[in-house]
Design a protein around this ligand. Structure first.
Ligand code: GNR
Ligand code: NI
Length: 176
């Protein structure tokens, strides 16, 4: 198993539109394991392949406290959406930033599992929020894209500041 590197906003690779998965082989199974490990070790409730610079329509999700209910969705498609909910979202690709986003309350999706078998599922509440957030990643969209350009720019500045502070911290700790 391997932990993968997560791209961060405003990396342009996060705007890539992912392609369908065609090969349900061993390589895919290993990648799903690595994605799941990466999600758990970052304490995320979901992870889209786009975030680890693999531009295939694949996402993993686990909203359980115990991190013991991993789910995989390959080539997901929304069949129906209903209702509205506003939830505070965060993103492993936009660390430390949280904002309210309006999404469908209830959605049904069609997807494939790791063996290529097609299934349909109805998701509501946080599961619905999460899969909509992840499916956005697969078309190159981030939750900060729903904010005003002004707020999005503030997010960019705040992240730059956080990164500079982290780099300085690391440098200070390495002086001998
Ligand atoms: O860990 C995550 N938490 C979260 C909280 C509210 C709405 C969406 C999410 S997904 C996020 C992990 C992530 O960035 N997935 O792409
Ligand atoms: Ni995200």
């Amino acid at each position: 198993m391997a932990k993968l590197n997560i791209l961060e906003f405003p990396d342009p690779r996060l705007t890539t539109v992912a392609k369908r998965v065609e090969a349900f082989d061993e390589e895919l199974k290993t990648f799903v394991e690595d994605m799941t490990e990466t999600m758990y070790s970052a304490n995320g409730i979901g992870l889209a392949a786009t975030q680890v610079n693999v531009h295939k329509r694949l996402l993993v999700m686990d909203i359980s406290e115990e991190q013991d209910q991993p789910r995989v969705y390959i080539n997901p498609e929304v069949l129906t959406r209903a209702g509205e909910q506003i939830h505070e979202e965060g993103c492993l690709s936009v660390p430390g930033i949280y904002a309210n986003v309006k999404r469908a309350e209830d959605i049904t999706i069609k997807a494939q599992d790791v063996d290529g078998n097609t299934f349909e599922e109805r998701l509501e509440g946080l599961h619905a929020v999460c899969i909509q957030h992840e499916m956005d990643h697969l078309v190159g969209r981030l939750f900060v894209d729903y904010l005003s350009p002004l707020k999005r720019n503030m997010v960019k500045k705040k992240l730059e500041k956080q990164r500079k502070a982290a780099a300085k911290e690391a440098a200070d700790h390495h002086v001998m």
